[in-house]
Design a protein around this ligand. Structure first.
Ligand SMILES: NC(=O)C1=CN([C@@H]2O[C@H](COP(=O)(O)OP(=O)(O)OC[C@H]3O[C@@H](n4cnc5c(N)ncnc54)[C@H](O)[C@@H]3O)[C@@H](O)[C@H]2O)[C@@H](O)CC1
Ligand SMILES: Nc1ncnc2c1ncn2[C@@H]1O[C@H](COP(=O)(O)OP(=O)(O)O)[C@@H](O)[C@H]1O
Ligand SMILES: [K+]
Length: 493
């Protein structure tokens, strides 16, 4: 299981471990792990180590001592820019003495030149308490402008390890190539701005075995979390075995949105797929004639799983079909315009909450903000908290979309999705995801697993397309269903 620990949880683990280990042990282990990570990505002889005033700086000094120690076989020139205060911790003071005794050269400003084979970022870790400003800010900007490989220690300096936001207002953060994070992985490295700043994330548990770590508040999505539903299909099956999905949406001028969702459902294995259009645009979809076209006004969805909202608009008809869907017993995916209608109506919010936890809601940050009555900046400022709060208010599985999609349920479980890329930032990709959620629900998956499974496969489909050269620039939502089919079949095998 890939646990993600909040800063408070990490501090707690540190606190418990400190009692059973000799002083300085964790910092020494951090310094050793980071020095091997540094060797692995070194792209030249010159190494610049940035060491800040706290224990993150102490880690950096350990790295410098290890790379420039008398006994090292590494032919590196290590320069240390030490920005420590007058009272370093005992651990940091010990690390400083070790680094001073090594071949590392200490400087007090950023040396000219840009031929660093590696820059080690030990300015701030999980102790950053306010935006980086003044000279330190200028240093961060200068480092980022160099465009050299950067290994961040624990967290890229300036990034909030809990939320993935650059600590602001108007903050800056180190842009890392790779982040080696200590004791436990952290949510902020995987969502919002975190993926861009952290680069590749590597965990160094520092010898603390999983049994000594309490359960984490969040985890990273992976197929093991939904694997129980990934069975090969039985020979003795028929289209009724894999459920019906009905996508309700498609107001005037928005006929494409429910079709995208319907294709998402069809290509991930739903037995039969309908589009019930608010404004019927045609009797057949000639690109995908398997999809059955109906009029939402008089459509009887029977037992079909409903995906409601793509391109649905806010007409009286839209409101009426949404009301009916919330009253019904069918499993439900609520997306796009349906979310906006619910945001405007405390009555509908109450009905959704009372319905039981069979609904998946798939807001992007602005839709989530409307539902919570805040701005999208507030939602993005703490995506985990926003998803948790929405899941609890709506008593539903919430998929808060965006880089590092956050999935939460009313029981407090939180998962961050690591698949996907900026190729998904294109119109219609959310519709495809909603259809995929509906498809897995229709095939009998539980709401939680349908949501995390669909999000994982949707992102992996985009990653597959990028690996084939079809993105991220110009990737279209219409390409996702076929790629998702390949990903899902590979998992099922
Ligand atoms: N305590 C432990 O057992 C371990 C700690 N480790 C390292 O220690 C780090 C946490 O250390 P700290 O708690 O000392 O925190 P940091 O090193 O992240 O930074 C705290 C220091 O920065 C100052 N500061 C905070 N915000 C500032 C700002 N905006 N501008 C200027 N100064 C600012 C604080 O006054 C304090 O001196 C972790 O991220 C990790 O790298 C590791 O060595 C593993 C073990
Ligand atoms: N930069 C990104 N990285 C990863 N996933 C992204 C990114 N941008 C968008 N996505 C994903 O693409 C989909 C977009 O959905 P949405 O915003 O509803 O768009 P639309 O309504 O146009 O389909 C979501 O699944 C979202 O998580
Ligand atoms: K750092």
């Amino acid at each position: 299981m890939k646990s993600l620990y909040s800063v408070a949880e990490i501090r707690n683990i540190e606190h418990n471990m400190a009692e059973s280990l000799p002083a300085g042990t964790l910092m020494q282990r951090a310094g050793e792990a980071a020095a091997s990570a540094a060797r692995a990505i070194l792209a030249g002889r010159k190494v610049l180590v940035l060491a800040g005033p706290g224990n993150n700086g102490g880690d950096a000094l350990e790295v410098a001592a290890n790379l420039a120690g008398a006994d090292t076989d590494l032919d590196a020139e290590v320069t240390v820019l030490y920005l420590g205060g007058p009272a370093p911790s005992a651990d940091s003071a010990r690390a400083l003495a070790r680094a001073r005794a090594s071949k590392a050269v200490f400087v007090d400003s950023l040396p000219l030149g840009r031929d660093w084979g590696l820059i080690v970022d030990g300015l701030f870790g999980i102790g950053l308490a306010r935006p980086i400003d003044g000279d330190m800010r200028a240093l961060v900007e200068a480092i980022n402008a160099l465009g050299r490989p950067v290994l961040a220690l624990d967290v890229p300096s300036g990034l909030d390890a809990d939320t993935g936001a650059v600590i602001g207002p108007d903050g800056v953060a180190i842009q890392a190539t790779r982040t080696i994070t200590f004791i436990g992985d952290k949510p902020g490295l995987h969502t919002f701005e975190g993926r861009d700043y952290a680069g590749q994330v590597q965990l160094a548990p520092l010898g603390i075995d999983p049994g000594q770590r309490p359960a984490a508040g969040a985890r990273l999505n992976e197929p093991a979390l939904f694997a129980r539903h990934l069975a090969p299909r039985r020979h003795n099956s028929h289209k009724g075995s894999f459920g019906d999905v009905a996508v309700i949406g498609g107001a005037k001028g928005m006929a494409g949105a429910p079709l995208m969702a319907a294709r998402g459902a069809l290509f991930t294995g739903a037995g039969r797929v309908f589009v019930a259009a608010i404004e019927p645009a045609g009797a057949v979809d000639f690109v995908q004639p398997e999809i059955m076209m109906r009029d939402a006004q008089d459509f009887d969805s029977g037992d079909a799983t409903l995906v409601i909202g793509p391109g649905m608009g806010d007409s009286v008809t839209a409101m009426r079909v949404l009301f009916k869907a919330l009253e019904g017993k069918a499993a439900l995916v609520i997306d796009a315009d349906a979310l906006n209608l619910i945001a405007d109506s405390p009555d509908l919010q109450g009905r959704l909450a009372q319905r039981g936890a069979t609904a998946i809601v798939t807001p992007h940050p602005l839709e989530a903000a409307r539902l919570l009555g805040v701005t999208s900046a507030v939602v993005q400022g703490d995506r985990l908290a926003a998803a948790r709060e929405l899941a609890s208010r709506l008593n539903a599985v919430v998929v808060l979309k965006g880089s590092g999609t956050v999935i939460a349920n009313a029981g407090g479980a939180v998962v961050i999705n690591p698949t996907g890329n900026a190729g998904l930032a294109t119109a219609g990709s959310g519709d495809v995801l909603a259809g995929m959620c509906g498809s897995l629900l229709a095939q009998g998956w539980q709401a939680w697993e349908a949501a995390i499974g669909a999000v994982w496969v949707h992102g992996a489909a985009a990653d597959r397309l990028v690996a084939q050269g079809s993105g991220p620039i110009g990737l279209t939502a219409g390409e996702l269903p076929l790629a998702a089919r390949a990903v899902l079949n590979a998992l099922a095998r």
